[in-house]
Design a protein around this ligand. Sequence first.
Ligand code: PAF
Length: 281
Amino acid sequence: MITTQEITQIREQVRAWHAKGETVAFVPTMGNLHLGHITLIKEAVKRADHVVASIFVNPMQFGQNEDLDAYPKTLAADQQALTDAGAELLFIPTPKVIYPKGTEQQTYVEVPKICDQLCGASRPGHFRGVATIVCKLFNIVQPDVALFGNKDFQQLLVIKTMVEDLSMPIEIIGVETIREESGLAMSSRNGYLTPSQKKQAAKLKQVMDAMSVKIKSAQAIEDVIGQAKAELVEAGFKPDYLEVRSAIDLSASKAEHKALVIVAAAYMGTTRLIDNLCFER
Ligand code: PAF
């Protein structure tokens, strides 16, 4: 696998592949790769002739008191895992390459409405940072298809909306959440949890599973949410939000909505975990 910090090298390689009529899939990441990322790469291998990955811990999507500086960096292990999974090109730009004028002077992309709720309400500016970096990376790599984890449900919706609204010729694929045996969704942030917190954190998926069963059996959503929040607190979580929304556009759930998603964000100690569960009622 070729690893480069240079935009020109990425462009030249992708142009050469496209000139031969070959397709390119792209998996952007912030590194510290786990099985969830590797699943994205393996899925990308199935969907295109060549796979490009990126590792960039994007300062624009972190708030002031968030974990930007502490974000785990494991480049050598990541390179090995990407090579083994079938990636051929890895882009590892520096912040200077991506934001030569700094983030304050940077033109940005903002997807209205979806950006301000749920994680966007708790992390102001987060989705502006995500949309901007993904837009930039798409312009640099120019892939035919790009893959993202369903675990970041709201992020996926932001990216799909951006691509549609800005007429980007890229197919966006959401890939199933990969979980630990306990049910805990895989995340680079799980590494911040102590062994006992990790055990407690598995309760989040159990609570969401139980919520979906109750909602399917026509229990009032507000009551179900109330009970579930109490269970999360009991399990040691500090819930940030726990909501049931339309799985199509994350709008408030209505009686006529069939496809629903439970979206959750909760602190275990100082670690903020997110998860979701889609279901039909
Ligand atoms: O999901 C992530 O790892 C990041 O938000 C992404 C999409 C790579 C943008 O920085």
